[in-house]
Ligand binder design. Structure first.
Ligand code: COA
Ligand code: AMP
Length: 632
């Protein structure tokens, strides 16, 4: 079948289409009801089906005779270690940890926070939770205790699983004190903290609630998977919204498993037994879906990479791993390719390795510039496929579906709507715009299986943020346009969210922190162009008074406070003092204009601006401080 017919079928008879896909995974009770409406008037998939994610990722393959196949290859250039973890070994690790969690009273429906570096135990922890129907919430290690505390108070975990430390290039990041600080900041107090000691010379204080991961696993019995309903939440993943409070995206079980299996075969053209590598982190949605659940459901070998595209030890790491483990399909963020290109512009490292196993290179997580895409294509000599999705969707919404039809790649476009997604570009009134006209990227309801089933504890925010802006549609928060062949071009977020090195961050949250500094009268934080990370945050501040004693180290103190409150992942390194901020006559700060000036993009002075002479003042500050495109 070609792409057009495939997509048409998914639109014309979604229940038949997804019913067929659901039959490709194992169920304890196969669903009879395919699509239904819940008490929040929102669609759910396969509500009477019963299954278990951990079973699908592990036990099923052992029953089918593949226990000796590698499930995970752990590649850690930062610790110079490798581990080959077969499905049999994964079973032992996960089933015993599930037993240990159960002994500690963790039951179906309880929440567990996982705050771990990229080590196999992080994946064991995720799979042990889903094995017993516990809902995990993985928090990325680059977030500070304050951010972890927000998540603890929101999802109220019964316990937290962590590790002694992470390794960032050559720096040891001690995780245990960060967890202790977060719990001290939280109202909710988890019963226990389980610590995996990496034995890398890091010592930590042991409190009454602390338990040693290795000892409790050793003492535990094997635990069988617990059947759960298709709509049972498998996890909560927090992501940045347009306010200081992150949103807890809820993922179901049956819809997710069905969608992931479908995506592996039809989008990524990856089949059981293949080696698949998503170079991301388990703290992000890419890590949940394409390091852990999708490749394991699909009986692939997944690479778990603890390192960076450069400096661990150099820009050859990706290619060495592809050659050594015969990776068939790889997925990373454009930032990683830009970082490699900067270090190795002529691809000398690429030429030094046998990359004949690689059939496709997928890119996502941020906008992919044409130069980066073309460079990767020339160097790797395989199709380089940009594709678009979000934490909310859990799997791709726009792509070039390599398992269906190898359609031409149009650089700059993320491709065509994936099966199940009816993507429309809308204007302010919610009307579909003409071809090539810019607008808001929205998806006609119902969303296909696998997408968010609600926001944790906040169905009102879910409705207001995603469903009410354009009735009958899911609003993605991105802008874009569609060409006459149906290819979609994503132009960027239309809200206060920025994307720094593929990491989604809220500038509104940063602004709230900057505004609390005693020297600051008002401020604006927004994303400006960065050649490496795509975007980087910039803070502009207006001081309360010229003579305020708090002015002395104001810039550094603000930088430190963002690092302290949000974490190093914010990459917040730039603050400038301005006399005034440009505003509309109704008092709204013109952040888009501030960004356009820094990026030296063409802009029109908004007719609503209160005082246009501020623009020259801002330009002068950018010039003198060498900000954005004024660096040169
Ligand atoms: N735990 C603790 N700290 C972390 C962390 C983690 N898991 N991940 C990142 N950090 C820290 C880094 O050490 C760095 O701290 P610093 O300011 O003290 O140097 C900061 O957060 C920013 O990290 P990062 O954005 O990774 O920048 P970098 O300069 O260390 O590396 C790149 C630059 C381009 C190599 C890196 O951003 C990269 O590999 N990007 C690929 C993008 C990607 O995989 N995105 C995933 C989404 S698909
Ligand atoms: P996250 O939820 O962290 O995965 O971030 C999702 C956001 O990243 C999207 O809303 C987009 O703004 C951006 N994004 C992801 N993939 C792409 C892509 N291929 N092209 C453009 N933007 C992207």
């Amino acid at each position: 079948m070609n792409y057009k017919d495939h997509h048409k079928e998914s639109m014309e008879s979604p229940e038949k289409f997804w019913g067929k896909q659901a039959a490709n995974i194992g169920w304890y009770t196969p669903p009879k009801t395919i699509l239904s409406i819940d008490e929040h008037d929102y669609n759910q998939w396969f509500e009477d089906g019963v299954l278990n994610l951990s079973y699908l990722c592990i036990d099923k393959h052992i029953e089918d005779g593949y226990g000796a196949q590698n499930a995970i290859i752990y590649e850690s250039p930062v610790t110079q270690t490798k581990q080959f973890i077969t499905y049999d070994k994964l079973y032992q690790e996960v089933a015993k940890l599930a037993g240990a969690l159960s002994d500690l009273g963790v039951k179906k429906g309880d929440t567990v926070i996982i705050y771990m570096p990229m080590i196999p135990e992080a994946t064991y922890a995720m799979l042990a939770c889903t094995r017993i129907g516990a809902i995990h919430s993985v928090v990325f290690g680059g977030f500070a205790p304050h951010e972890l505390a927000i998540r603890i108070d929101d999802c109220k975990p019964k316990l937290i699983i962590t590790a002694s430390n992470g390794v960032e290039i050559k720096k040891i990041i001690e995780y245990k004190p960060l967890v202790d600080q977060a719990i001290a900041l939280s109202h909710h107090q988890p019963n226990n903290v389980i610590i995996f000691d990496r034995k890398q010379g890091v010592t930590y204080e042991t409190l009454a609630r602390d338990l040693d991961y290795t000892s409790i696993v050793k003492a535990a019995d094997i635990m069988d998977p617990i059947p759960v309903e298709s709509t049972h939440p498998s996890y909560i993943l927090y992501t940045s919204g347009t306010t200081g409070k992150p949103k807890g995206i809820i993922r179901d079980t049956g819809g997710y498993a069905t969608a992931l299996k479908y995506s592996m075969e039809n989008i990524y053209d990856t089949h059981p037994g293949d080696v698949f590598w998503a170079a991301s982190d388990v703290g992000w949605v890419v890590g949940h879906s394409y390091i852990v659940y999708a490749p394991l459901i699909n009986r692939n070998t997944t690479i778990l990479f603890e390192g960076k595209p450069i400096k661990t030890p150099d820009a050859s790491t990706f290619w060495r791993i592809i050659a050594e483990h015969k990776v068939k399909v790889m997925f990373t963020a454009p930032t990683a390719i830009r970082a490699i290109k900067k270090e190795d512009p002529n691809g000398a490292f690429i030429k030094a390795y046998d990359l004949s196993s690689l059939t496709h290179q997928f890119l996502a997580g941020e906008r992919c510039d044409v130069t980066t895409l073309n460079w990767a294509k020339e160097q790797l000599n395989v199709p380089v496929i940009d594709h678009w999705w979000q934490t909310e969707s859990g799997w791709p919404m726009i792509a070039n579906m390599m398992g269906i039809e190898d359609l031409p790649v149009k650089p700059g476009s993320a491709g065509l709507p994936v099966g199940g997604y009816d993507i429309k570009i809308l204007n302010d009134e919610g009307e579909v715009v003409a071809t090539n006209e810019p607008g808001y990227v929205a998806v006609k309801l119902p969303l296909p299986p696998g997408c968010l089933s609600n926001l944790w504890g906040n169905p009102e925010r879910f409705k207001a943020g995603y469903l009410e802006r354009f009735p009958g549609y899911y609003f993605s928060g991105d802008g874009g346009y569609m060409d006459s062949d149906g290819y979609i071009y994503i132009t960027g977020r239309v809200d206060d969210i920025i994307n720094v090195a593929g990491h989604r961050l809220s500038t509104a949250e940063m602004e709230e922190i900057v505004a609390t500094h005693p020297a600051v009268a008002e401020c604006a934080v927004f994303g400006i162009h960065c050649d490496l990370k795509g975007q980087t945050p910039l803070g502009l501040i207006v001081l309360k008074s010229e003579k305020n004693p708090y002015n002395k180290n104001v810039k550094q103190e603000i930088i430190n406070s963002i690092r302290h409150e949000i974490g190093p992942v914010a990459s917040f390194k730039s603050v400038a003092i301005v006399k005034r901020l440009p505003k509309t006559r109704s008092g709204k700060t013109l952040r888009k204009l501030l960004r356009q000036i820094a990026d030296q993009n063409d802009y029109q002075t908004p007719s609503t601006i209160d005082d246009s002479s501020i623009i020259t003042e801002i330009e002068e500050v950018y010039k003198s401080e060498k900000i954005g495109k004024y660096k040169i």
